[in-house]
Design a protein around this ligand. Structure first.
Ligand SMILES: [Zn+2]
Ligand SMILES: [Zn+2]
Length: 257
C-alpha cells in the first residue's frame, strides 16, 4: 500500500482520509454493515478514518470507547445523520439526540451552543428524477440554477455541503458541488454505505492527521478538508468540475454505495 504522502497530489497535504457518511447495524435497521466489517473494509480500501453517522442517534459512549481501543490504528468518529424538516443533516459535535432537532432551525440553535458542525447530506438526491418519482410531489421538473438553489433554506443553516455521496447520481453530486461553490462553503465526501460494498468510494481528506474528535471539529470549522474520489482505485483526487469524465465511467460502481 502507498503512504498518504505518495497518494497526495503535488500541491496538497493529505492527513486523515475519512469516509464521512456510514451506517452500521448498531444504529440503522436498514444496514447490513457490522462495525467489525466496517473497520476491516475501511483499512482494505485505504481509509485512515471513518465517521459513523447513524440515523438520529449516537453510539453508546462506552461501546464507542471500547471500539476505538480495539481499532486504534483507525480514526473513529461518531456523529449523527439527523432527519429534519429540511432534509437529512450530518452533525458532528452533539453528545446526544436532543428533542426538537427535527426542526432544522432548532438543530442549528443546539449545534451553535455546543460548537458543533452541520453538513447538508445528499441535498439534491432524486431532484432530477422524473417528476412522479420526486419526493416533493410538486409535479414540476427541477429547474433551479445553482445560484437559485443556493438560496434554499437548508443552505442558510449548514456549515458545509455533502458534495459527494455514494448513493447519489453523478449529476446530483455535481449540482451539489456547484451550489457549494456559489455559497462559498466547503464540501465533504462519504459513501453513505449500509453494507461493506462501496465503503470509501468517496471520502473527505483532512489536511492534518487527526488525533481526536475535538481536533476533527476544529479542522472542520477551519475548512481544512476537501471531498475526494478515487481512493479505492489508488488515485485519490479532489472533487472538481473536471471530475465528471473520470467519474462518469465509474458511475455504476459509485451507485452501489
Ligand atoms: Zn440520508
Ligand atoms: Zn445516510
Amino acid at each position: 500500500m502507498t503512504s498518504n504522502e505518495e497518494r497526495a497530489t503535488s500541491d496538497e497535504t493529505v492527513g486523515t482520509i475519512i469516509d464521512m457518511h456510514l451506517h452500521t447495524t448498531r444504529g440503522a435497521s436498514d444496514s447490513d454493515l457490522r462495525p467489525e466489517h466496517l473497520v476491516v473494509e475501511a483499512r482494505r480500501v485505504g481509509l485512515t478514518g471513518v465517521h459513523v453517522s447513524e440515523h438520529d442517534r449516537l453510539w453508546d459512549a462506552f461501546e464507542l470507547e471500547r471500539f476505538r481501543k480495539a481499532h486504534s490504528d483507525l480514526f473513529i468518529a461518531n456523529g449523527m445523520e439527523v432527519s429534519t424538516d429540511l432534509g437529512h443533516i450530518l452533525v458532528i459535535g452533539l453528545d446526544r439526540y436532543v428533542p426538537g432537532i427535527r426542526r432544522a432551525e432548532e438543530l442549528r440553535r443546539v449545534v451553535q451552543e455546543t460548537g458543533g458542525y452541520m453538513i447538508a447530506a445528499h441535498p439534491f438526491r432524486h431532484f432530477f428524477d422524473p417528476v412522479h418519482f420526486r419526493p416533493d410531489k410538486s409535479g414540476e421538473p427541477f429547474s433551479l440554477t445553482p445560484d437559485q438553489a443556493a438560496r434554499l433554506p437548508v443552505f442558510q443553516l449548514v456549515d458545509a455541503v455533502e458534495v459527494l455521496n455514494g448513493c447519489n447520481t453523478l449529476r446530483e453530486n455535481l449540482f451539489a458541488l456547484r451550489v457549494a461553490q456559489v455559497l462559498g462553503k466547503p464540501g465533504t465526501g462519504g459513501s453513505d454505505a449500509h453494507s461493506a460494498l462501496g465503503i470509501g468510494v468517496f471520502a473527505t481528506v483532512f489536511e492534518k492527521e487527526l488525533e481526536s474528535q475535538e481536533e476533527m471539529l476544529a479542522q472542520l470549522h477551519a475548512g481544512r478538508f476537501h471531498a475526494a474520489h478515487g481512493l479505492r482505485e489508488g488515485a485519490l483526487t479532489r472533487f472538481t468540475e473536471t471530475s465528471f469524465d473520470l467519474l462518469a465511467g465509474r458511475q455504476g460502481e459509485a451507485a452501489k454505495g
